[in-house]
Design a binder for this molecule. Structure first.
Ligand code: FAD
Length: 270
């Protein structure tokens, strides 16, 4: 389908983009890699009257080590994460997960800020950022604020970002402990039917596509901290969750996958 008509402005800076968001309010949408927003516009699930293109703000494309954490500019593309030497040394989970997103063309356009803001519970990178205990930096008309990733997602495709705020940076602690990511899909380039990210040998565990948001498996983490085996901790992974149901999997199958993949990830990361 063809999107409904919209106006387009190329932002010259983050400040310019935020000023435009303030001017157009909820009529406007930021355009980063366009790999989630444009399909939604084509299906007419999104119909912004004004697109604000931030995709050329190259000063927000960086991966660097700063005071014990890794700072990643929001416009950094998935393939830059996948090929980053900084991440290989300091947060290899994130580098690996980026390599499993879609196919090369998706990874060359999609951005980390875009995938976080899009807040799709089936996305891979938000769960990795969650397992790592990341923080998001949002800039609005009155300055910046930091948001812990666990407080960021509020529902299906929803986050705490205000209409006039833009993600500018994502931060993760340096994490060199044992890690693993299990992505279950039918074809290599597909979205996860269920995914599980494990950081620091199980101190951070998060689930993909097991609810309306990426989910921190706090019960699994607590059981491991209390001395449970990987199998016993993983048996808790789907407790109290309401997984989505679709043509790929019903809730019972997704719950089984969450337990099985969590056990595999924990055993690989210990
Ligand atoms: P856009 O599409 O440009 O924007 C998405 C949303 O975020 C919009 O609402 C936009 O306004 C908002 N936004 C963008 N940047 C910012 C910002 N800095 N601050 C605030 N709001 C912002 N993802 C996976 O995780 N796993 C997969 O396997 C996978 N497979 C895919 C396969 C295909 C064929 C396609 C098309 C996409 C796939 N994706 C997958 C999604 C891909 O990772 C997208 O790139 C990502 O979800 C969105 O990033 P983007 O930069 O393209 O955002």
């Amino acid at each position: 389908m063809i999107p409904i008509a919209f106006d387009y402005t190329l932002a010259e800076s983050a400040d310019h983009a935020i000023a435009l968001l303030g001017e157009f309010g909820d009529e406007a949408k930021l355009l980063a890699g366009g790999h989630s927003l444009v399909p939604m516009m084509k299906y007419r699930l999104a119909a912004p009257a004004q697109l604000v293109d931030v995709g050329r703000l190259d000063d927000l494309r960086y991966i660097r080590q700063e005071n014990g954490h890794i700072a990643i500019g929001a416009l950094t593309r998935h393939h830059e994460l996948e090929n980053s030497e900084v991440l290989e040394t300091n947060a290899p989970l994130l580098k690996h997960v980026a390599s499993l997103v879609g196919d090369p063309s998706v990874r060359h356009r999609g951005t980390l800020g875009g995938t976080m803001a899009h807040a799709d519970p089936a996305s891979d990178l938000p769960a990795a950022i969650m397992a790592l205990g990341g923080t998001l930096v949002a800039q609005g008309p009155n300055g910046t604020r930091e948001i812990a990733v666990e407080d960021f997602f509020t529902g299906y495709f929803e986050s705490v970002l205000a209409d006039d705020e833009m993600l500018t940076e994502i931060r993760v602690p340096v994490s060199t402990g044992a890690w693993n990511y299990q992505k279950f899909n039918r074809r290599a380039q597909d979205w996860a039917i269920v995914g599980v990210a494990v950081a620091e040998g199980g101190k951070g565990v998060s689930l993909v596509n097991m609810g309306n948001t990426p989910i921190r498996a706090g019960n699994v983490e607590a059981a491991l901290a209390g001395g449970a085996t990987a199998a016993d901790a993983a048996a808790l992974a789907a407790n109290d969750l309401t997984p989505p149901e679709d043509l790929n999997a019903d809730a019972v199958y997704r719950s089984h996958l969450a337990r099985e993949l969590t056990q595999r990830a924990l055993e690989a990361a210990r």
